[in-house]
Ligand binder design. Structure first.
Ligand SMILES: CC(C)(COP(=O)(O)OP(=O)(O)OC[C@H]1O[C@@H](n2cnc3c(N)ncnc32)[C@H](O)[C@@H]1OP(=O)(O)O)[C@@H](O)C(=O)NCCC(=O)NCCS
Length: 171
């Protein structure tokens, strides 16, 4: 295990390296393009969009933006996407480190919950559960267990449909 020595919010001078990491990790440009669109939108949360560094070299990146949970009223919740670790630095705990640090920061900011579309094998260990368990419904036709929610306060009920900003359907 060789964890990142530093996790901090991204800054504009980090953008080229971040683009490179997402293109390499996903083997396509879509996620890097999505990040550009998120940054240009009013749903971008710079303080929660973090880089992981080893010896001042960025090796991983996690993005958060505000998405809508729609029921009788619409509330802003967090959407986690995308997350990537440079292929040469995967499977040594850096992705988990980015998730853990960001969860702490998200909780401090008092967001009620986080939505992620991802592999339950990776996200369940951080307390993410299928969103259908909370009657929160995905806009995507994906298997139920892949659309997950991390609820910070189980005593407060949040139900409804998740609506992503337009950026997510543009890439
Ligand atoms: C997914 C990813 C961010 C994980 O980061 P990481 O630093 O490699 O992860 P960690 O070392 O903290 O954790 C590794 C664990 O995640 C699992 N894992 C790694 N990549 C995974 C993937 N794409 N899907 C599901 N699980 C994955 C490993 O099997 C390992 O499981 P274990 O702890 O039970 O052995 C990274 O592998 C990556 O960038 N993958 C390509 C991009 C991607 O698929 N991102 C999707 C995130 S929704």
């Amino acid at each position: 295990m060789n964890l990142a020595s530093n996790v901090r919010p991204e800054t504009p001078s980090d953008y080229p390296r971040i683009t490179q990491i997402h293109k390499l990790a996903f083997n396509r440009p879509n996620e890097a393009d999505l990040i550009d669109l998120i940054r240009q939108s009013n749903r971008y949360i710079p303080g929660l969009t973090l880089v992981a560094e080893i010896d001042e070299m960025i090796v991983g990146h996690i993005v958060y933006s505000e998405i809508n949970l729609v029921n009788q009223e619409t509330i802003s919740v967090l959407g986690l996407a995308p997350l990537a670790v440079h292929p040469e630095f995967q499977n040594r705990g850096i992705g988990s480190q980015l998730v853990q640090v960001s969860l702490t920061l998200a909780k401090i900011r008092q967001y009620p919950l986080i939505i992620v579309l991802g592999d339950p094998k990776f996200y369940a260990k951080f307390g993410f559960q299928p969103s259908v368990d909370y009657q929160i419904h995905s806009p995507f036709p994906v298997p139920e267990e892949y659309f997950m929610v991390k609820v910070f306060n189980d005593k407060i009920q949040h139900q409804g449909n998740i609506i992503y900003p337009q950026a997510f359907s543009q890439v």
